[in-house]
Design a protein around this ligand. Sequence first.
Ligand code: BES
Ligand code: MN
Ligand code: ZN
Length: 497
Amino acid sequence: MKKAIAPVLHSSHDSKLLETWKGLDAIAIGVKLTEKGPIAQSSLVSKSVIDHFDVNLETEISLWPDFTGKAGEIIELPVGAADGIARLYLVGVGDESRENLRKAGAALGRKTKGSGFTVLDGVVGKKDSVVAHAGALALSQYVWNMKSEVKKKSATSFIIYGDFSSEVEKAKILVEAIYTARDLIHTPSNIKTPAWLASQAQAIAGKKKDISVKVRAGRELSRFGGLRAVGGSSPKPGPRMIEVSYAPKGSSKWPHVVLVGKGITFDTGGVSLKRPYDIMMAMKSDMAGAAAVMSTVMAMPDIKPKVRVTALMMCAENALSGTSQRPSDVITQYDGTTVEILDTDAEGRLVLADGLGYARLELKPDYLVDVATLTGAATLGLGKQYAAMYTRNDRLAKKLHELGNVSGDRVWHMPLVDDYSVGLESDIADLNHIASKGHFSGGSITAALFLEEFVGETNWVHLDIAGTGRSDVDAGEFVKGGTGFGPRLLIEWIASL
Ligand code: BES
Ligand code: MN
Ligand code: ZN
């Protein structure tokens, strides 16, 4: 797999750094937004900068009337070139909240992207913001392409000043998970067939402790009617269910979390073809849920929670071909439920239904979470910054909402409106999959109600990441393309169990 190169993150509180300033290309210090205007943070780094380089920060700041100290603003000053240091970044940190330090990290990351600099980052003071800040430094620098001529520029290195080694280690684990998810999402669909995703999962697992991978294909999928109906449209190589497990010695007594991810490697819509065609362009990202759950389980050996974790990647291409399914077909899902197909573009819920049924019947999960770029409707309601979260467990919803804010993968608790369930009735099967009966609208909700039919009494959460899974612009921690939404939230949550 073509991999993006992440910047190097360190932390250090070696005060010698502030005496010799050796090996540094740039220094960053924070500027707060206050009622009295922008004021430089008073920290060991800023004091040392003032002393050593003989700069008057107040005067420098006042020369830039547009600079307010709002999070994400940056000004750049030349300082002390004789010492080998060429730049001082003054980085707006607003009120120094975690969210603002995340924004400041993204701005500094973007400013130094591709520079190969070693940056002494003195912006973050409090431990509880380090993970967000350090993560943003790295996430904003993500670049993926298949250009044959590679511009050889070494990655940026950040030395985050302070006693933050465990926080920076944690940030590195999260960044690795998100970079892996983004690499998979950015890979074009002619390369990332379901079989290719399986080989990637095996290759990554080969480097990790306590992770095993089982791939099902062909006849082994005979009960997986949804996966076969969708993936049969692209029979070479055809669909795969990739089961990635973290199960160290002794884990059989631990709680078991099963994660199910939508892994549509390209979504044309099938016979119910997507129109206009430009909305199809983004559909190489339709496996972002599978990428998220895989990256999450692969991080477990580093996090070492006392939780058994299984990820089910439900992988298929939704192509238009002579073997595509037809509107009006009836399929049988893993748990025996029959489903009338009315729109072949609502394919995600069919592959997820097999995964949820398999999880419930074979894996006996304590928690069952699915992650999917499921409906355009989720984006209509919430925009692209919040994922739609569905669950009957209000306590779990509250916890995930809070962890979402802390981690940066924000989720909003949406209602499973029972009144809309009648829409799922069918004259010729147990269910129809698009809630055609009621004309209730609320497409993200009715998709969730369909999925709920397959989870039985399990503690279940559905995350519709259609909006958050992909960014149209470079903004904050996101770069245009796959965002890698999900692993941060899921890893934090599993670590908290
Ligand atoms: N993959 C799409 C949903 C999607 C849309 C994800 C835009 C990301 C951005 C999904 O398979 C789909 O086509 N959903 C349909 C469902 C409808 C046919 C009931 C939709 O949302 O229009
Ligand atoms: Mn679709
Ligand atoms: Zn889809």
